[in-house]
Write a protein that binds this ligand. Structure first.
Ligand SMILES: Cc1cc2nc3c(=O)[nH]c(=O)nc-3n(C[C@H](O)[C@H](O)[C@H](O)COP(=O)(O)OP(=O)(O)OC[C@H]3O[C@@H](n4cnc5c(N)ncnc54)[C@H](O)[C@@H]3O)c2cc1C
Length: 454
């Protein structure tokens, strides 16, 4: 493959560009906004920076238990001095530093980066709109990595620009006294967690009867208990049927008839794929809100055109996007590679942290697999007890007939790190018997994985 164009410089696009360059292609990366995409600029990194800031105060409160009777007052006094602008400064610095890293890598790999909006003219030509005007670029191969944007169903669509979504949430001036978060999926739960921990009264509204509807019910139950304990107002099985701007903010009408008056609303209802500006019809590809139809293993759309990341709708996670980008570039450049959607770990950075990989109980049951669950609680783990962090558990799912590990989840301290032990085990195709041979250091949270199999 001589010349490759990559459209979009997010977690799918820039690794795709680096991979194609490493395989000898002459690569042009076209990004209309900022390198790093949603993840770096208004997704993963800003949200984790915010969440960590809030969790540091929770740690200060937990340290009060080790102090004299004044400890709680000191922790409260510290909390009262929290400064949202400091949190934003820290987040911007992190984003800037990581963006510099991406630019450095692309430069080193001799990838040409264009700040422009691209669209197809035909199967071998792009039109790019830059600050200096329109240009055309011809290519031998292309990778579409244009990502996704926040989804606004009715009646919220009329308030676009007047309420928050991920594109403007991290630049908000001040934190309000209260906020309604619409959507109890990963983004909604993480942001509700941050807001509550930073002192905002939160109403979390979810259409499904439970939080994190994609995860197993046990996981939803743990998070629901924690959020309820922390005073987050949960409106489960509830939809927003009306939304109007008022003098004091927004009035939401909920499906149970309740009227909710809040100063601000965050829309976290899901993501949508909008490829309209790419003119996919000119290359004979159908656009769809849920993503363009690629081969889910090779990421191929047409013999010389691939897609990667959120735009494929396979799994809207940054590391899935990166792997897809690399696999797409590899295949495009003639080095066969395969993407496995089922081997992508899913991490949720709430308190408690939640992570999972492979099949869930429900998915396994739907596929007719007879499962065996192997669960161990942190309550019985030496390190967790020593550190008084006993909330949570790990769980393996195995095929009851073969003993093959098919899924895992972890909930509690370090869950988003611990899940990678399961990721390695699943990738290696280990069975319960093989994993029992692994020696875990004591005392660690990780040894709970071993305890679960005893
Ligand atoms: C609040 C929030 C928190 C998140 N947290 C996590 C997390 O903790 N972990 C995780 O794994 N995932 C997380 N995600 C999801 C993650 O951000 C996305 O899965 C990831 O960014 C997808 O990468 P991408 O490259 O496919 O698309 P994007 O990151 O959306 O990048 C696509 C890029 O293409 C550019 N583009 C679009 N159209 C054109 C065009 N016509 N011409 C030129 N350029 C174009 C866009 O400007 C954009 O920069 C989060 C998302 C949100 C919203």
């Amino acid at each position: 493959m001589k010349s490759v164009v990559v459209i979009g410089g997010g977690p799918a696009g820039y690794p795709a560009a680096l991979k194609a360059a490493s395989l000898g292609a002459k690569v042009t990366l076209i990004e209309k906004d900022k390198l790093g995409g949603v993840c770096l600029n208004c997704g993963c990194i800003p949200s984790k920076s915010f969440l960590d800031g809030a969790h540091r105060f929770q740690t200060a409160f937990s340290a009060a238990a080790l102090c004299t009777t004044d400890g709680l007052q000191h922790a409260q006094a510290l909390f009262n001095t929290r400064d949202f602008s400091q949190l934003k400064t820290r987040q911007r610095a992190a984003t800037q530093k990581l963006a510099q890293g991406i630019s450095f890598l692309l430069k080193k790999a001799q990838v040409t980066v264009m700040n422009a909006t691209a669209c197809f003219i035909d199967e071998h030509t792009l039109s790019v709109s830059t600050a200096e005007g329109e240009k055309t670029i011809s290519f031998d191969g292309a990778i579409i990595a244009t990502g996704s944007t926040a989804f606004y169903p009715a009646p919220l669509d009329t308030l676009r620009g007047q309420i928050y979504d991920n594109s403007n949430f991290f630049t908000m001036e001040n934190l309000p006294k209260s906020m309604a978060v619409i959507g109890g999926g990963v983004i909604g739960c993480e942001m509700a967690d941050f807001l509550q921990a930073f002192g905002v009264e939160v109403h979390l509204i979810e259409l499904q009867p439970r939080l994190l509807p994609q995860e197993d019910e046990n996981i939803s139950r743990v998070l629901t208990q924690q959020f309820t304990k922390r005073g987050i107002h949960l409106h489960m099985g509830t939809s927003v049927t009306g939304a109007v701007k008022t003098q004091d903010g927004i009035e939401l009408t909920l499906s149970d008839g309740e009227k909710l008056q809040v100063p601000h609303v965050l829309a976290a209802i899901g993501r949508t794929v909008d490829t309209s500006e790419l003119h996919l019809e000119r290359i004979g590809v159908e656009a769809a809100r849920k993503g363009v139809q690629v081969n889910p293993q090779t990421l191929q759309l047409k013999p010389h055109i691939y897609a990667a990341g959120d735009v494929t709708g396979l799994l809207q996670l940054a590391h899935a996007a990166t792997r897809q980008g690399e696999v797409a570039a590899s295949n495009l450049c003639g080095v066969p590679a395969v993407y496995h959607n089922e081997r992508v770990p899913r991490a949720i950075y709430t308190t408690p942290e939640i992570a999972s990989i492979g099949l869930s109980r429900t998915q396994a049951q739907t596929q007719g697999i007879e499962i065996k669950a192997h669960k161990s609680f942190f309550l019985a783990n030496g390190r967790a007890v020593a550190q008084t962090q006993t909330d949570g558990y790990v769980e393996w799912l195995s095929d009851a007939k073969t003993g093959q590990l098919i899924g895992a989840c972890s909930v509690g301290t370090n869950a988003t790190e611990l899940i990678h032990i399961a990721a390695v085990a699943l990738e290696a195709g280990l069975t319960v018997a093989q994993l029992r041979e692994v020696i875990f250091a004591h005392p660690t949270f990780a040894e709970t994985w071993g305890d679960a199999l005893k």
